[in-house]
Structure formats: structure tokens, C-alpha cells
Write a protein that binds this ligand. Structure first.
Ligand SMILES: Nc1ncnc2c1ncn2[C@@H]1O[C@H](COP(=O)(O)OP(=O)(O)OP(=O)(O)O)[C@@H](O)[C@H]1O
Length: 359
């Protein structure tokens, strides 16, 4: 079912360089979350901290009931087995063929027989569409295949949590689209907790249940996809819409004079574009942790921008949803679960005012 990760007041620096401070967020069990941020804001450092490869200066990382920074070496080793990690470059061993690369964690961390290892490796290779490529060396395959091999290897120990660092780096848009589909399909199958670091705005807008954004050494916002895609917070709005107008400049942060010049010129951050429907698993079935489209917005009385939740075939997913639920037997998906509908109280940080029209 996946394990919830709760990060509280996390701070990390290298020497005098503070990477980020006081980061708090919850990755809901079984959901897909995406972490965004301009280059160098410490997204990879965050992933490495989550899996215990880097030690934070302060704060807690609760993985279920274990607080990672305070575990003994032995406990950390055990807890790491809950994680599957796909690093940016795939981190495959160049001298090993794909079969042996993918089998590596099983041979290192388990006492399974070679027959069992073969069964598991072939199952994972099939999941990522690599059957037939077992004997290929990493140097003989494309970037997209390397990513898929890295994913298969991250899956062999049946992780409860999958961390993926920039799955789209070095891939063309079509391969990125296939990989996004694969990630959604995998989540539907294994229902683990996913965290994906990406620079790809299309991925961020369509794949996750939740989005977080790091900027200026802080987590600007983290919450349901619909909350960030409807946010008027300038940094969130600029980043998720890939605009030049806004606080993010060429070298991370615009200075005051640049922002003043922008304001004088009447630079307009533009209307919020429609919220796209969320990418569905390829079999069309609702993921166990997937929330109904529009649920978060409805719960907060927010009108989505016109044209939201309509796909390229003209289908409106808010209207389609009850039919899909009925076709799957009535009780599927996460309904209005905790990831999407927060408890009563003030609206979350950065959310537009309830009922407020979008510009
Ligand atoms: N082990 C380390 N020792 C010292 N500094 C480090 C270490 N690892 C990362 N950094 C620094 O931390 C900062 C954030 O790096 P990180 O790779 O996490 O950024 P990022 O947001 O993932 O960037 P990108 O989007 O370009 O991949 C950088 O300034 C980097 O040089």
C-alpha cells in the first residue's frame, strides 16, 4: 500500500551554504508527488536526505513510525529496503548486462535462489517493457531504455516508496511521455508512495497527485495538484506556467530593480491556463490512490479556469468520472481522501481565495 513519509522542519546545509531550511511536507501513502524547483535549489539533496544518503542538520523524516535521521546504521539499512531509487543517470554498472544490473539488489540483499531471481527480474523487465534486452550492456541501449532498466532495478525489492530523480533528463518529449505513462502504470500496479523530481512542466501538470516547489532555500508550497495549478502565488504561477514574468530570474532570483521594471512595464503574468486532466493508467482504470478530478477545488469553493479537465478528445473528466467509478464496481480511487481535502480551517498557504474568480 505504500508508506507515508512525513518531513518536519528539515534543514540541510553544506558548510555555510544553506540548501533549504524548515521544509515540512507529507507524502501521502500510495500517492504520486512531484518536486519542482529551479536548478540548484536542492531537489536531489532532498531525495538523498529522504533515503538517508545525506544527513539533515535538523528536522525529522518519519518513514512510517521510524525517524530516519535518528536511526542506528543497522535500522537505517533495514529502512532503506523500503525504498527504490532511480538516480538521474540510471546509475547502471557499465560492465554488467541489463539482467545482471537489475538482479544486483536481489543478489546483494536477499538469499533468493537464482531461479527466484530470474523470475523476479523477468517480471520487472516485463513491467518496464524491456523483455528481449536482458543481455544488452548499458552502453548499447538508448537513454530511455537506461531509465527503464533503472526503474526495473528500483522495483526488484518490492519498494513501498519509489524516488525518481529527473526521469525526463536527456529524453525527447515522446520518450518522456512514454516514461510518464509507465510511472502512472507502475503506481497503479504497486501502489507505492512515489516522489519524482522533474523539470518537465508537462509531467508536473499531468502526472502527480501532489506538487511541491522549492525556491529561495524554502519549500514555497506543497499540496494537491489542483491547489498548485490554480494558485496565484507568483513563484508557483510562474514556474508551473513556464513564464519569464515573475520572481524567478535567469540565476535563480530576480533582484528588486528587475521586478520593479517588470511592474512598471505592466508585465502581466497572464491568465491561468486550464487544468489538464490527470494522466490515467493505460488500462483506463482509476489508481487506488487517485482522487476525483475537481475534488480539491470543489472542497475549497474554487472555480477552475475555463476548459479545465477536458482532454484532447473533448471529454470532460469531471463528467466521465462517475461512469469510470461505476465501471470499476463503485468503490475505487481515493475518493475525497486526506491528500486532497484538508480538514476544516483556513485555506492552505497560497491557495486562491475561496470562490474567487481566476484572472
Ligand atoms: N555532497 C555535496 N557537498 C557539497 N555541496 C553539495 C553536495 N551535494 C549537492 N551540493 C550542492 O547543493 C546544491 C543543490 O544541489 P542539487 O543537485 O540538489 O540541486 P537540484 O535542485 O537537484 O539541481 P538540478 O535541478 O540542476 O539537478 C548545489 O549548489 C550543489 O552544489
Amino acid at each position: 500500500m505504500g508508506v507515508e513519509i512525513r518531513v518536519e522542519g528539515l534543514t540541510k546545509s553544506f558548510g555555510r551554504q544553506v540548501i533549504w531550511q524548515d521544509v515540512s511536507l507529507t507524502l501521502p501513502a500510495g500517492e504520486i508527488s512531484v518536486l519542482l524547483g529551479p536548478s540548484g535549489t536542492g531537489k536531489s539533496v532532498f531525495l538523498k536526505s529522504l533515503v538517508g544518503l545525506l544527513k539533515p542538520d535538523r528536522g525529522n523524516i518519519w518513514v512510517g513510525d521510524r525517524n530516519l535521521p535518528y536511526l542506528s546504521e543497522r535500522e537505517l539499512y533495514e529502512t532503506r529496503k523500503l525504498f527504490g531509487v532511480l538516480f538521474q543517470d540510471g546509475a547502471l554498472f557499465g560492465s554488467m548486462n541489463l539482467f545482471d544490473n537489475i538482479a544486483f539488489p536481489l543478489r546483494e540483499h536477499t538469499n533468493k535462489t537464482e531461479a527466484e531471481i530470474k523470475r523476479i527480474v523477468m517480471e520487472k523487465m516485463e513491467m518496464v517493457g524491456l523483455i528481449g534486452a536482458e543481455r544488452k550492456l548499458p552502453g548499447e541501449i538508448s537513454g530511455g531504455m537506461k531509465k527503464r532498466a533503472g526503474l526495473a532495478r528500483a522495483l526488484v525489492l518490492e519498494p513501498e516508496i519509489l524516488l525518481v530523480d529527473e526521469p525526463d533528463s536527456g529524453l525527447d518529449p515522446v520518450r518522456t511521455a512514454y516514461l510518464n505513462q509507465l510511472i502512472v502504470d507502475l503506481n497503479a500496479q504497486i501502489n507505492a508512495t512515489f516522489l519524482i523530481v522533474t523539470h518537465d512542466i508537462n509531467t508536473a501538470r499531468t502526472v502527480p497527485d501532489n506538487i511541491g516547489l522549492l525556491f529561495r532555500r524554502e519549500l514555497v508550497m506543497f499540496g494537491p495538484r489542483e491547489m498548485l495549478l490554480s494558485s496565484e502565488e507568483p513563484v508557483v504561477r510562474q514556474f508551473l506556467n513556464a513564464r519569464r514574468v515573475g520572481p524567478i530570474g535567469m540565476s535563480e532570483e530576480k533582484d528588486v530593480s528587475e521586478l520593479e521594471a517588470e511592474a512598471k512595464m505592466g508585465a502581466d503574468p497572464g491568465r491561468l491556463p486550464p487544468i489538464p486532466p490527470q494522466l490515467m493508467p493505460s488500462d483506463g482504470r482509476i489508481r487506488p490512490s487517485q482522487h476525483p478530478p475537481g475534488a480539491w477545488l470543489r472542497a475549497h469553493g474554487i472555480q477552475p479556469p475555463p476548459g479545465s479537465f477536458i482532454d484532447e478528445m473533448g471529454r470532460n473528466w469531471i463528467e466521465e468520472w462517475p461512469r469510470l467509478v461505476a465501471a470499476q464496481g463503485g468503490t475505487v480511487g481515493a475518493a475525497a481522501g486526506p491528500g486532497q481535502v484538508p480538514p476544516p480551517g483556513p485555506p492552505p498557504q497560497g491557495a486562491p481565495p475561496a470562490g474567487g474568480p481566476h484572472r
